[in-house]
Design a binder for this molecule. Structure first.
Ligand code: FES
Length: 206
């Protein structure tokens, strides 16, 4: 009986806001609530950021070989580029691209993307260089940056010749190695560096 009285007295004292034990209890509760809320906010912020950084690494894109017609097309000449508009993937007309094609041999070509490597505006070939109308980016005939803000040379497309026809596939990022364009085995978006530490921070989306 005495024990029950003690228990009841204890319970009553915790509900008394003036009791120091009740103050400690509230303090602990508030601390726990603050830490918990902070954790929830942290997760809410971190999940989209991590998803944004790592998501592209797990995405895949549908690619297919687009026919550019007969390999002996007379419009494909040595020393200059011919623009070709083509459709990529399942979206058809909604996903039209432009590639600049230069003949380097009977069945050898250089096929350059018209997407500027600064912010993605369409570059145009002007007899001796590629020029971007947006912020003054300039590239030489190989696609190497000669002026303006682009971070790397123009992307190039893979291609194959099959049955007398020229087929164009995926674009790949390129690097300027001692004044020579080297195609990498990865795709990068405009503004994304290929090499060094920054290259790791921009994973390929495909
Ligand atoms: S988008 Fe080409 S220079 Fe800016």
């Amino acid at each position: 009986m005495a024990d029950r009285k003690t228990e009841r007295a204890g319970a009553a004292s915790y509900s008394d806001p003036a009791d120091p034990r009740a103050i400690i209890s509230r303090s602990k509760f508030l601390t726990g609530a603050t830490v918990g809320l902070g954790g929830v906010i942290g997760i809410a912020v971190a999940v989209p950021v991590v998803g944004f950084l790592l998501g592209p690494s797990f995405e895949t894109q549908d690619w297919y070989w687009a026919s550019f017609g007969p390999v002996d097309n007379k419009n494909f000449k040595e020393g200059t580029y011919e623009p070709v508009i083509f459709e990529r993937g399942k979206l058809g007309e909604l996903d039209r691209r432009v590639a600049y094609v230069r003949r380097d041999g009977a069945e050898e070509f250089t096929i350059i993307s018209n997407v500027c490597m600064h912010l993605g505006c369409p570059v145009q070939f002007k007899a001796t260089n590629f020029a971007c109308p947006c912020h003054g980016g300039q590239y030489d005939t190989e696609g190497i940056v000669t002026a303006g803000p682009p971070v790397r040379p123009l992307n190039r497309f893979e291609y194959k010749v099959d049955g007398g026809m020229l087929y164009v596939g995926r674009p790949f990022a390129t690097q300027d190695v001692d004044g020579k364009v080297v195609m990498t085995d990865t795709f990068k978006l405009p503004g994304e560096p290929v090499g060094g530490l920054l290259g790791w921070l921009y994973p390929s989306p495909s």
